[in-house]
Write a protein that binds this ligand. Structure first.
Ligand SMILES: Nc1ncnc2c1ncn2[C@@H]1O[C@H](COP(=O)(O)OP(=O)(O)O)[C@@H](O)[C@H]1O
Ligand SMILES: [Mg+2]
Length: 559
């Protein structure tokens, strides 16, 4: 009677096994389970070599290793539910710890066959879902023995065959990726092939690397650990981001510890090995057998790890954001300068055409009026038609090498504006104005280079500047012949918004602003030299200039 009054915790082995199998939902998890066994359980001095064959058509996976193999007691241990890891028991802390080899295959398949050779003896055994499901009692499940300790000349090693796979197809790329990521932490002497592909972990190119060790109370909890954080040169794929957390080489989690999704966090990765995780025997365990790749955030040690990682990742990430901000600002400055000279080019093309046309009209008028009197209509005016003519300047005839035709006489031309900064590629290089040095009394020395063949000169400058939100949208400074575009004017500031300066919205507005200001500047210059007789003249002129230059810039509005 005593026997019936005792109380036991018992297990239904079959259900237990299938439950454990349920944790292996994907082919990559299953494959890695057997690959890692093959890599780990090798005889001393052997370089692990594991070959994985995937056959999507036959719904079959095979994993062959050159490990130490299993003898009969070894196999018995392999099939022992929750068997203690022999290596661990003997003090060799390795990667295995959960005894899931017998069940993993059943997460996706119906048959697990193991052929293993150890010391000249070969055994082949098979377990099928049918056998497991047929178990209605708590009795042990019988494993089919196909051969037991047959003598053989084959070397040590194990082949795991998984058949009757229920997946539609095998995710070869995913399996390779998963293995490669894990291999990052294995000794370099390990070789794994998946079909014909040799798995190799190649770390993303790194631009920076940092090493952190915990201090104070954190050090007491975590022990002598080292957190390595690396900054990738390019944004990382999601699965490569974050810090891989290991304990004694077993990978448990990858985390950014709270920095997920934050700016620049997609560049940060690294690793930390905390052996203390293995030693943690608190009731709330740091990890489970679920292969969820998540440590238990309720565990205190895990919390300490996350705290350490989180703080350091944030530190590195914030620096990255700072550097990136500066880099973008520099880039913006450079791009704005480029844009300014591009705008100046369009404006100066217009100015050059305008100048030529005026010259022609003048020549004609002069011809009709009195060809002998070159100054009758104020021909000298050409000379001083230099916007900002307070600057000492004189026209120069520069014959251009590519253009052998002699240029028209200088007095038929409105001299181009002296050029300060921008080079104007398309300008007909017929005339140049020498720009005087600051102290030159008048018509001083050339500033644009020496020798006869100088760069074509002339024109307006365009510059972007922060001039305050209450200042003009744009302003023309005759002394510098420069059109300033005010980046802080609300219209431009809005158009720029969060965009980069080469965004079309901003670019187009910048052109528009510059064109308008140029039209006014030109009228201003003409007015200054008494070109206008009627007060409505400049209005007509401004309208005409805007129209002209807008046409010239029309291509800017194409996609
Ligand atoms: N490929 C293999 N070669 C040699 N021994 C193996 C192999 N796979 C498993 N074993 C043995 O079987 C035991 C149970 O394996 P497994 O179920 O994967 O659990 P774990 O690896 O967590 O110990 C291992 O500890 C090891 O002793
Ligand atoms: Mg294992």
């Amino acid at each position: 009677m005593t026997a019936t009054t005792d109380l036991y915790v018992k297990s239904h082995v079959a259900r237990d096994l299938l439950q454990s199998a349920g944790l292996f939902k994907t082919d990559k998890l299953v494959v890695w389970e057997y690959v890692s066994n093959g890599l780990q359980y090798v005889s001393v001095g052997t370089n692990p070599d594991v070959r994985v064959s995937l056959d999507s058509k036959k719904k079959r996976i095979a994993v062959q290793d050159n490990g130490r193999g299993m003898d009969w007691p070894g196999l018995q241990n392999f099939f022992l539910m929750h068997g203690e890891n022999i290596d661990r028991k003997e003090g060799r802390i390795g990667r295995g710890m959960f005894g899931t080899g017998k069940s993993a295959a059943f997460g996706i398949a119906d048959t697990l066959r193991i052929k293993t050779i150890r010391n000249g003896r070969r055994s082949t055994v098979e377990l099928s879902r049918q056998d497991i499901e047929n178990m209605s009692s708590e009795d042990p499940i019988t494993v089919n023995i196909l051969e037991k300790e047959t003598s053989t000349a084959e070397p040590n090693g194990t082949q795991v065959e998984i058949e009757g796979i229920h997946l539609k197809s095998l995710d070869q790329a995913g399996i390779i990726h998963y293995i490669e990521r894990h291999l990052a932490r294995w000794p370099k002497n390990a070789t794994v092939y998946v079909n014909n592909h040799e798995c190799e972990f190649s770390e993303p190119p790194v631009s920076d690397e940092f090493c952190f060790t915990p201090e104070g109370p954190l050090k007491e909890v975590l022990g002598d650990v080292e957190l390595v954080l690396k900054v990738s040169k390019s944004p990382l794929d999601e699965e490569l981001r974050g810090v891989a957390v290991y304990s004694n080489g077993v990978w448990h989690e990858t985390t950014l510890a709270g920095s997920e999704g934050r700016e620049m966090s997609q560049f940060v990765f690294g690793d930390i090995d905390v052996p203390q995780l293995d030693a943690d025997k608190t009731p709330i365990r740091p990890f489970d057998i679920s292969r969820s790749m998540r440590l238990n955030p309720e565990n205190e040690l895990v919390q300490a790890i996350h705290c350490f990682i989180g703080t350091k990742v944030e530190q590195v990430r914030r620096d990255l954001v700072e550097v990136d901000k500066r880099r973008r600002a520099d880039e913006d400055t450079r791009k704005l300068a480029e844009q300014a000279s591009e705008i100046a080019r369009v404006i100066n093309e217009d100015f050059e055409a305008f100048r030529q046309r005026v010259a022609k009209v003048r020549a004609k008028a002069r011809g009709a009026f009195d060809p002998t009197k070159t100054t009758a209509d104020g021909g000298d005016l050409d000379d001083d038609f230099i916007p900002g003519n307070t600057l000492p300047a004189k026209p120069l005839v520069i014959p251009h090498a590519e253009e052998p035709d002699p240029p028209p006489p200088p007095d038929e031309q409105i001299p181009p504006l002296p050029d300060e900064t921008a080079q104007h590629r398309s300008q007909p290089p017929t005339l140049a104005v020498e720009l005087a040095g600051d102290n030159a009394p008048n018509r001083g020395n050339a500033a644009g280079g020496s020798g006869v063949r100088r760069k074509p000169a002339g024109g307006f400058n365009v510059k972007f500047k922060n001039m305050g939100q209450d200042s003009q949208r744009a302003q023309y400074f005759p002394e510098e012949r420069t059109i300033y575009i005010n980046l802080e004017h609300p219209q431009l500031a809005m158009a720029r918004g969060g965009r980069t300066v080469d965004d079309p919205v901003f670019r187009r507005l910048a052109y528009e602003v510059a064109f308008t200001e140029y039209a006014i500047a030109l009228a201003q210059e003409l007015e200054k030299r008494g070109e206008y007789l009627d007060p409505s003249d400049p209005l007509v002129d401004i309208r005409a200039t805007i129209n002209r230059v807008a046409r010239r810039g029309a291509h800017l509005y194409s996609e």
